[in-house]
Write a new protein. Sequence first.
Length: 374
Amino acid sequence: MASVRIGYRRLYDSMGCSIADQQTINLVFPFGDHLQAEIYMGNKPKFGITVETGHEDYLIPGTQTTFGHYSYHADATQSSYPRTFFTEIICSQVEEVSDELFEALYRDDMAAIQEILRIAETHADEYHMVADFLGGVIGLRFHPQFIIKLLNENLVAFHGEKRPYNHAGSPVQILEAIQLNQTGINIINLLLPEIGKAETKVAQKSSRILGWLIRAWAEKDIVSKFNALFIPLEMILERIQGEMPQDQRQQIETLQNLIDTYGGEDKEKEALKNLLDRLVKNQRPSLIDRFTIFGEQAKMPGWENDIKAFKKFNGIRNSLLHRGDPHVKIHVTIGEEEILALEDLTERYVNYFLFQDTVVYQSRFLPRPKPSTL
């Protein structure tokens, strides 16, 4: 058996940063019981730099799209990248591999390299935790500019001068070919001037809700997109009050009778009744209950499934906000399908809140019921 180091690295453009006397920092230290961490600050990171140029964020049907050009330089100072001070964070561990796999690695056998990097991928959550921890400490105790711009992140393996790694380019969003027909033009000519007649108070609230939708549509980070989609849902549910269950109303009447009988002097009774009134008024249905009420009111096609879906998304939101789960279990709980489902849910119910109908844009990425006016 032979051993290699496998792990994960992040390379940051430390914009505007430098070290006194043009020194570099290169720290190697154990992290926990089996990991090793490396921090490099300077102009020659251990795993070099991959520079991406000519990248376009969107693929537009019917047009030529540039997916970007990538150039790797083991010596970052020889690259075309415009700045030369970087922060590199590497988290690694020793992995025992067969002699055959080790020898194939030294022959630059791509199958062997991919097999070793797949082993590293099984530990990715642990590596990300270390990189988040160390990067966050650097940003918090020294300055966020050291880690403000992520350039490269790679699964890596290394032994001596052999340093294979994987690389993924920036994402490209596939767009639809949208053509506004005469019917759409007529609707715009009628709809938008009518919207201009809205009361200022209504327009202000609606603009805050729609502002978060605008953020969500442009957002590429999955956690930020989730938050931007969930916030307008919470905003439209703010007005939902619900009705107090019969048993609770009876309990409140019992308390009022007890105050009348045993509450003391008139001033004391009045103070207790006022306190009880304030507590009752502050009682509101939970967010899930409010969405259930709203869903039952709207009765859109499939509204029962919408309620089930909202419960799931609310659980993810609570994990993010209250337990501080940094990735919201992205690879387990939330992925592309879930984000599309939340996007559909948010758009339909925001639209219903604003217009009292189900006429939402149709998309091949978001299968929806046929539009109808309720």
